[in-house]
Design a protein around this ligand. Structure first.
Ligand code: IPM
Ligand code: MN
Length: 356
């Protein structure tokens, strides 16, 4: 029986995860699969309960599960804690412990929502991008890191951006393999005109492409240019491959093309563990009001079906149900426009459930 660890986290993470778990159960029933679900705390709620954002027990349970369904972490209550105790540290540690080195973030502009983008309809129409972000190395995890007193007047703070050949190779392979199932094109993003670590990035991607993936189209862009091209000609991109920090930035930019962060799912995969979570955060300003958009979480669950359980059919069922509900004009507040029907978190969930 597939084991799933459910970690709703904080803020709207709790509400949206509740909805996607109910859809997950229905998908299981429909497809004759019984998922075993367990629950754990992460982030602010774990700090309140255990004094740390991520406990050893939770790490263990996550390692023993086939997949983790995560909500969101953080909130103003925990913002002023020491760096190592912040809710975000729990999330980063979980990614590291599960070695989920490839973070997949699809940014799809739904026809029904093309006017919700801040860019013109004709620029964003047809956008279907998969950002593949390296997730467990780079400047987020590099050593040395820290803050030092250097004299009576000044501190110095530093981080290290490093990558090894194998770290680049494995995430590049994931990007090329995914491209083969899509439009067969990879854009690799770096800053090799300035940084040694990014020279290695470009050389390694080029090498693996030549060796194993020469059937896939490959282009390299410097990150500053990529940021510009992404709003200039977004429909030209297929798979965008980037290191941890550039991927963090580019994926938020790609998200905004679609009009709402509330729609975007993600999958973090590696050799064993997998984490599925919305790209959005815990949105403390709307938490507890029942108005959060559950679609990012529901689509993350669909990605789980596809990438962890090889249930492509089930994933497509969920994705189609979401499209149908949007086509019928149902909108949560974040994607609401005049003339459409405004629905809350739970209602959006029930509507999608009915279309399954
Ligand atoms: C994300 C978030 C995280 C990151 C934060 C919350 C640590 O921005 O998942 O993109 O930077 O990876
Ligand atoms: Mn981010």
């Amino acid at each position: 029986m597939p084991r799933i660890l459910v970690i709703p986290g904080d803020g709207i993470g709790i509400e949206v995860t509740e909805v996607s778990v109910s859809i997950l159960k229905a998908v299981g029933e429909k497809n004759g699969v019984e998922f075993t679900l367990e629950r754990e705390l992460l982030g602010g709620c774990a700090i309140d309960e255990h004094g740390v954002p991520l406990t050893k027990e939770t790490i263990e349970k996550a390692k023993q599960s086939d997949a983790v369904l995560l909500g969101a972490v953080g909130g103003p209550k925990w913002e002023n804690l020491d760096h190592h105790l912040k809710p975000e540290r729990g999330l980063l540690e979980l990614r590291k412990q599960l070695d989920t080195y490839a973070n997949l973030r699809p940014a799809i502009v739904y026809g029904a929502l093309a006017d919700a983008s801040t860019l013109k309809r004709e620029v964003v129409e047809g956008v279907d991008i998969m950002v593949v972000r390296e997730l467990t190395s780079g400047i987020y995890f590099g050593h040395p890191r820290g803050t030092e007193r250097i004299n009576d007047l000044e501190n110095k703070a530093f981080n290290t951006l490093n990558y090894t050949t194998s770290e680049i190779e494995r995430v590049a392979k994931t990007a090329f393999e995914i491209a083969r199932k899509r439009k067969n094109k990879v854009t690799s993003i770096d800053k090799s005109n300035v940084l040694e670590s990014m020279v290695l990035w470009r050389d390694t991607v080029t090498e693996i492409h030549k060796r194993e993936f020469s059937d896939v189209a490959l282009e390299h862009l410097y990150v500053d240019n990529a940021a510009m091209q992404l709003i200039r000609r977004p429909a030209d991109f297929d798979v965008m491959l980037a290191g941890n920090m550039f991927g963090d930035i580019i994926s938020d930019e790609a998200a905004q093309l679609t009009g709402s962060l509330g729609m975007l799912p993600s999958a973090s995969i590696g050799n064993k563990g997998a984490i599925y979570e919305p790209v959005h955060g815990s949105a403390p300003d709307i938490a507890g009001k029942g108005i959060a958009n559950p679609i990012a979480s529901i689509l993350s669950m669909a990605m789980m079906m596809r990438y962890s359980f090889d249930m492509d059919g089930a994933a497509a069922q969920v994705e189609e149900a979401v499209t149908k509900v949007l086509d019928k004009g149902c909108r949560t507040s974040d994607i609401y426009e005049e003339g459409k029907t405004r629905v809350g978190t739970e209602e959006m969930g029930s509507l999608i459930l009915n279309e399954l």
